[in-house]
Design a binder for this molecule. Structure first.
Ligand code: GLU
Length: 506
């Protein structure tokens, strides 16, 4: 396998990759990077590769790889080459490409672009770091950089566990055209002779990444801006290996609403967490698209196919976008409304609390769930919205109580009389309940709302709920009567308590 020396990648030959390290969950930022790569590949008729960068043995886990694969599949971001599907450029686990990395490290050594470093171990960069500090740089520069190759090979023969460093360019400027940021410049003097193969024998990220991107014929590297400072190192490696670098597009990071880098402090940051919250995959993908990418018009709702049709790298903004959870919920609500009732019920049943499932039959739960289809914004929100279908209110919303029930004699009469009237309704359907309630309001010269609101507060504990008649039909006449009478009792005991309080009476 040789690196990519072809600079005429046509659009049909577009090859992009998402290269996560399996050291945690699939972060929403990572998912967005995957999405942008996927959309670019699809919009160009190209190939979307998934490469698992598992060279950090201590931190990589199978569980994390699983979470990444599941998260991407759930979002609908199917990869054309990678784990589980294979492909000609494999293996797709970086740890299985080690021989290839070492072959090119050897070449760099033989061609004088790299050197064996036998500085004391403590001068070696810690795992994950790649560059020594400036003081360390000075130490090994003097001792190792200019040693003859034969001397280096002798050192290696004695101690095969010596790290290999790149002989980084000095006093040079590395300039590249980033597809998002435009012309980008770095001085090589900011880059020390960084390690490419650690003393453990493992290749370091910047080196493995270049070898893999090149041997996998990757044409465009679309990734987070946190990798921008790695790019000059990688370009240096491409040049020394005589390979054509890919085009780079560094996507601004995702921020929280407070403009700080998105972290757990801002709430859920993993794709799995949003899945468990009851966010739909198409809504999350749509939402991630809009953080940092803008369409040419002001459209906001896109299916995955529409995203492919609309996407272009030049729509990616230079400044970081914020993760606005309210907007995600709004968007998700829109997608929920578009589901068929079957799809909706299948999704929301996953989030129905276990005690509700134990207490009520599925057909009762289904009816309740359908009442909320036009107002729930994420499935698990149902626990806060629909609880009063499963237990009577023990605590009433204070504002509702004060505004609607407290000291309101008409409301108290409604709570006494209407449930009695409901007893006479034969079929207790929403329609009959409505007819009776309207007739009652008219007979008392009340507005319909002056009847419904007291009933609603008594039955649901607050002033906001789905349509009262539909709700009453599901709860049933006996339950309505019970809750109204409980509310009346509560009103009376509050009033007598007030009277008993010294100083309260006039
Ligand atoms: N494994 C790196 C990461 O997860 C990949 C960076 C890249 O795309 O080059 O951040």
């Amino acid at each position: 396998m040789e690196g990519n020396t072809n600079n005429n990648a046509t659009s049909a030959g577009v090859r992009v990759r998402f290269a996560p390290s399996p050291t945690g969950y699939l972060h929403t930022g990572g998912a967005r990077t995957a999405l942008f790569n996927y959309l670019f590949a699809r919009s160009q008729g190209g190939t979307f590769i998934l490469r698992i960068e598992d060279t950090d043995e201590a931190r990589s886990t199978e569980e994390s790889t699983r979470a990444i694969l599941d998260g991407l599949s759930w979002l609908g971001l199917c990869w054309d080459e990678g784990p589980e599907v294979g492909g000609e450029a494999g293996p797709y686990f970086q740890s299985e490409r080690k021989e290839l990395h070492l072959k090119f490290a050897d070449r760099l050594l033989k061609e004088g672009h790299a050197f064996v470093c036998n500085c004391p171990k403590e001068d070696e960069a810690a795992p994950g770091e790649e560059c020594a500090s400036p003081s360390q740089k000075a130490k090994f520069d003097e001792r190792c950089r200019d040693r003859e190759l034969s001397e280096q090979l002798k050192l290696l023969a004695v101690n095969p566990n010596l790290p290999i460093r790149l002989k980084a360019d000095k006093d040079k400027e590395i300039v590249f055209h980033d597809l998002v940021r435009g012309e980008t410049r770095f001085s090589t003097n900011e880059i020390g002779d960084f390690i490419i193969v650690k003393s453990s024998g493992g290749p370091i990220y910047n080196f493995a990444c270049v070898v893999d991107d090149s041997t996998m014929n990757v044409t465009h590297v679309i990734r987070g801006e946190d990798h921008l400072s790695n790019t000059p190192k990688q370009i240096m490696l491409y040049e020394m290996l005589g390979w054509q670098p890919p085009q780079f597009a560094h996507v601004p990071l995702i921020l929280g609403m407070d403009r700080a880098r998105l972290s757990k402090r801002h709430g859920a940051t993993s794709v799995t967490a949003y899945r468990e919250l009851g966010i739909l995959p198409q809504a999350l993908a749509n939402f991630l698209l809009l953080i940092g990418w803008a369409p040419k018009d002001d459209r906001e709702v896109f299916t995955l196919e529409e995203m492919v049709a609309a996407f272009s790298i030049d729509g990616i903004g230079k400044s970081a976008g914020a993760f606005n959870t309210e907007k995600l919920f709004w968007l998700n609500g829109r997608y929920i409304r578009e589901l068929s009732d079957e799809e909706y019920l299948r999704g929301i049943f996953e989030c129905v609390p276990k005690e509700w499932r134990r207490a009520k039959r599925d057909d009762y739960i289904a009816k309740v769930m359908l009442l909320f289809k036009d107002r729930v914004t994420y499935f698990s929100e149902i626990e806060d919205l629909a609880w009063y279908f499963f237990r009577s209110p023990e605590i009433y919303d204070e504002e509702s109580w004060v505004k609607v029930l407290a000291g309101n004699e008409t409301a108290q009469a409604v709570l006494r009389e209407v449930p009695l009237g409901y007893k006479t309704i034969e079929d207790f359907s929403a329609k009959s309940i409505e007819e009776f309630t309207r007739a009652y309001a008219e007979s008392k010269s009340l507005k319909l709302k002056d009847v419904i609101q007291p009933m609603r507060v008594a039955v649901t504990g607050g002033r906001f709920s789905p349509g009262f008649f539909e709700l009453a039909e599901i709860l049933g006449q006996a339950e309505i009567a019970k809750r109204c009478s409980e509310a009346v009792k509560r009103i009376l005991s509050n009033e007598s308590a007030k009277k008993d309080m010294p100083g309260e009476t006039q």
